[in-house]
Design a protein around this ligand. Structure first.
Ligand code: BG6
Length: 470
């Protein structure tokens, strides 16, 4: 039996665009997703799980089920509908009400400033590729720190910059849907590191109360065999997914090896190297020295083999097992392993990868020691029977249990992990897979917006009480 620490936070995670709905309400500005989802004929972002109106219910349930922290994000476009300039008071008020409700239920809010939802005006002007937008992000962040300083203690600058830039510019699964543009991807990566750094430096300079960090998607990348070729392919994939971010935000500089692997990817794709100024590195270093915590999102690991062709991407957005393909020119091919269990969306279930990642951070990036697991969970096709029968999501319980064991083992091995957030608190939609990929502890009937605790919610409640893992 393993035990999690007495002061460990048991959280649930959400994100504004995926949960709130109400995309046209109270003067909210547009985001690229509004038109993109329509154009692609994917699904509607409304009503999502109607968190905009249902949050009191979700927080009441959180308290009842022993959940003492929640990840929420502020929709930049609710506060600044055009990204800068005009402020929308109704948006500002909504988050006051939300944070007050959190406090009422003893649920600590961890607040993300950017979770994949730049306002449309910002995105039309180049999103993270335009330096002006970095300044606008800093202004928006400053507004939030001033406005909510009495209600929020934990701030997260940006959620998963790696998912954002690679899906915007390499796989094309996020708007604007560009493919194979590694130059834009790496430049956006660096600019997001910089935007994060400027916000951290401003937060510390102005002496706001509380803590600030960043959240990264940290899937462990393994070579699919011991061959040198596969090892090198894995190092290239790791550079695209992980290294640039950990180097930029935790070390405050890119190592020689990272730069050389990044340039190798760009050269193999006949694309220009990115621009990084010396002064910018100084800003990254200063922020890395001052940042309070790292948020780790972990869902799966990747197994990479060498690949010498042109890029080919097929996204499994339907939940039909084995339908995804990921071969990247100048990097490698992701192998769908048959010896490792996979989710219906082709994500290998590999709790050891989480342990290995936590140990790697401790070893390679010792500067910032405090970690929260800010997302971890299983996308699953849950079956609802009736209001009196909790949804039987045993595979989710097994998934959460096994990953929490990895967390407990990492704590034993000296990693300073202070809390864990299940993705997700309640069912909501998935950006590229719609409403059928459910993650919640609470089942949501998207027609009535009623919530029903799943079996996993009862399991999590007990864990939060006893802290014991079998
Ligand atoms: C993370 C994001 O990438 O993973 C969440 O921060 C997202 O917003 C989650 O929903 C699960 O991914 P997906 O693609 O299954 O929804």
């Amino acid at each position: 039996m393993m035990k999690l620490p007495e002061d460990f936070l048991f959280g649930g995670a959400t994100a504004a665009y995926q949960a709130e709905g109400a995309t046209q309400e109270d003067g909210k500005g547009k985001v690229p997703w509004d038109d993109y989802l329509k154009k692609e004929g994917r699904f509607s972002p409304d009503p999502a799980c109607d968190f905009y109106h249902q949050y009191p219910k979700d927080l009441e349930l959180s308290e009842k089920f022993g959940i003492n922290a929640i990840r929420v994000s502020i929709a930049w476009s609710r506060i600044f509908p055009e990204g800068y300039g005009r402020i929308e008071p109704r948006g500002v008020e909504f988050y006051h009400k939300l944070f007050k409700e959190c406090r009422k239920h003893g649920v600590e809010p961890f607040v993300t400033l950017h979770h994949f939802d730049s306002p449309s005006t910002i995105s039309e002007q180049g999103d993270w590729l335009n330096e002006k937008n970095i300044q606008r992000f800093v202004e928006y962040a400053k507004f939030c720190f001033e406005e909510y300083q009495d209600e929020v203690k934990y701030w997260i600058t940006i959620n998963e910059p790696t998912s954002m830039s690679s899906q915007q510019y390499v796989t094309g699964t996020f708007p604007p849907g560009e493919k194979n543009n590694f130059n834009k991807c790496f430049q956006a990566e660096h600019n997001m590191n910089l935007a994060h750094a400027r916000v951290v430096n401003m937060f510390k300079k102005n002496g706001y109360k509380g803590e600030i960090g960043v959240v990264h998607a940290l899937q462990t990348v393994y070579p699919n065999s011991e061959s040198e070729e596969d090892k090198h392919a894995a190092a290239l994939q790791d550079t695209l997914d992980i290294r640039c971010y950990l180097d930029g935000t935790l070390n405050g500089n890119y190592s020689k090896e990272t730069m050389s692997l990044m340039n190798e990817i760009l050269d193999s794709n006949h694309q220009a190297h990115i621009k990084i100024k010396d002064e910018e590195i100084k800003e990254l270093t200063k922020a890395a020295d001052q940042m309070d915590f790292l948020g780790v999102n972990y869902y799966f690991s990747k197994f990479i083999k060498a690949y010498h062709g042109t890029s080919e991407i097929k996204h499994n957005g339907t939940g039909k097992k084995g339908s995804s393909v990921s071969r990247l020119q100048g990097i490698g091919e992701q192998v769908n392993r048959t010896d490792i269990p996979m989710t219906d969306w082709d994500w290998p279930i590999y709790p050891k990868g989480m342990y290995d990642m936590l140990m790697r951070i401790k070893k390679e990036y010792p500067k910032n020691s405090k970690i929260y697991i800010t997302e971890n969970g299983l996308g699953y096709k849950d079956h609802f029977i009736d209001a009196d029968t909790p949804v039987d999501d045993q595979p989710r319980i097994d998934y959460l249990h096994d990953h929490l064991v990895s967390v407990a083992k990492a704590i034993q091995a000296g990693v300073n992990i202070k809390g864990y957030f299940v993705w997700s608190l309640q069912d909501m939609f998935s950006w590229t897979n719609g409403y059928s990929k459910r993650y919640g502890l609470f089942y949501v009937d998207f027609k009535t917006q009623k919530r029903y605790p799943k079996k996993s919610a009862y399991w999590y409640q007990k864990l939060s009480e006893t802290k014991e893992l079998k």
